[in-house]
Design a protein around this ligand. Structure first.
Ligand code: SAM
Ligand code: SF4
Length: 318
């Protein structure tokens, strides 16, 4: 459906959990989540399916599962299978840190996931351990290999550029495109936990273009994609540059988000949330509540005025 600014809203990002098996410094508090959610705070798998079905009725045809770490949510494979059975769904994707991917890639593919985005900020095992507060990079690399093997492709690697941490690895990361992998550089966003971390470690993505001088622009048909794409000459994989801060893409925004606690967020950078879990449990007309939410989707974010949100990324689903 169209929102009140004429944007066609067809992309839903569903956070399956706020829990995670890593503690990335820009995303999660070191000790984990402060107020652990009780079972009752989370949408059940049945409620998730019911809501997704309503969203699909209203024109959502592209769904991404995320988190927290979506692969730690029990029952994920069955949920994906059910959602894949909805006739109007055109694309099912997933964003993961990749730790559990080696074992789950084939089941994800069989359940209906088309392709995966994998987060990886460094290729150095010690630095990976440091930024994720304890992660083992070999599990991620094995996960990427398995995902390629089973055809969850094209694989996209998401790299958050962090000042003084991984600027020196831009060239090595771009080299992954030679294996047919897309590598997307994302600017660090001042959200929740990252509020202080981000301000002094922010690096503009223009740095990628400064460092890799022979990148050639790639035409894209998808105007709603926040990434601008380039590629090395004669290389299959693409290099994506995502600048939520230094270059707004709100005019073409086609996405909305559902948190694991059932809140509809119509803008990542707004604190406005619509409680769909309460709507289900109060027997309200869910389709109407969602429709009203979409019609009042924010025109744009105001990060440039330092209007930041209080939730961490793990609670919203990146
Ligand atoms: N756990 C999964 C993962 O890491 O891919 C999915 C959820 S994670 C919140 C989704 C994406 O958000 C990751 O690529 C992560 O790097 C990114 N992210 C988290 N906090 C961020 C921040 N403050 N600024 C920019 N990206 C962030
Ligand atoms: Fe977990 Fe992903 Fe956040 Fe890292 S970015 S702490 S992997 S949710």
């Amino acid at each position: 459906m169209l929102d009140s600014f004429g944007r066609r809203i067809n992309y839903l990002r569903v956070s399956l959990t706020d829990r995670c098996n890593l503690r990335c410094k820009y995303c999660m508090p070191e000790k984990g989540i402060d107020n652990k959610l009780s079972h009752d705070d989370l949408l059940t798998l049945e409620e998730l399916y019911l809501l997704i079905e309503k969203f699909v009725d209203l024109g959502i045809d592209k769904i991404r599962f995320t988190g927290g770490e979506p692969l730690v949510r029990k029952g994920i494979i069955n949920l994906i299978k059910e959602v894949n059975g909805l006739e109007k769904v055109r694309e099912l994707t997933l964003t993961t840190n990749g730790l559990l991917l080696k074992d789950m890639a084939q089941s994800l593919k069989d359940a209906g996931i088309n392709r995966v985005n994998i987060s990886l900020d460094t290729l150095n095992p010690d630095k990976y351990h440091e930024i994720t507060r304890g992660g083992d990079i070999s599990l991620v690399l094995d996960g990427i290999e398995e995902a390629m093997k089973v055809g969850l492709t094209p694989i996209k690697i998401n790299t958050v550029l962090i000042g003084g941490f991984n600027e020196d690895e831009i060239s090595n990361l771009v080299d992954l495109t030679r294996k047919g992998i897309d590598v997307r550089f994302i600017e660090l966003m001042p959200i929740g936990e990252a509020m202080d971390f981000a301000e002094d470690k922010f690096v503009s993505n223009r740095k990628v273009l400064d460092v890799i001088r022979d990148l050639v622009p790639v035409e894209t048909e998808d105007i709603s994609s926040p990434a601008v794409y380039y590629r090395l000459p004669d290389v299959e994989g693409k290099v994506g540059i995502i600048n939520p801060i230094s270059c707004k893409f709100c005019n073409n925004c086609n996405r909305i988000r559902l948190t694991s606690t059932g809140k509809l967020k119509t803008c990542l950078h707004s604190n406005r949330e619509i409680d769909l879990k309460a709507a289900i449990r109060n027997n309200e007309n869910i389709g109407e509540v969602i429709k009203e939410g979409i019609l009042s989707k924010e025109e744009s974010h105001h990060l440039e005025d330092r209007e930041y949100i209080y939730r961490n990324m793990n609670q919203i689903g990146g």
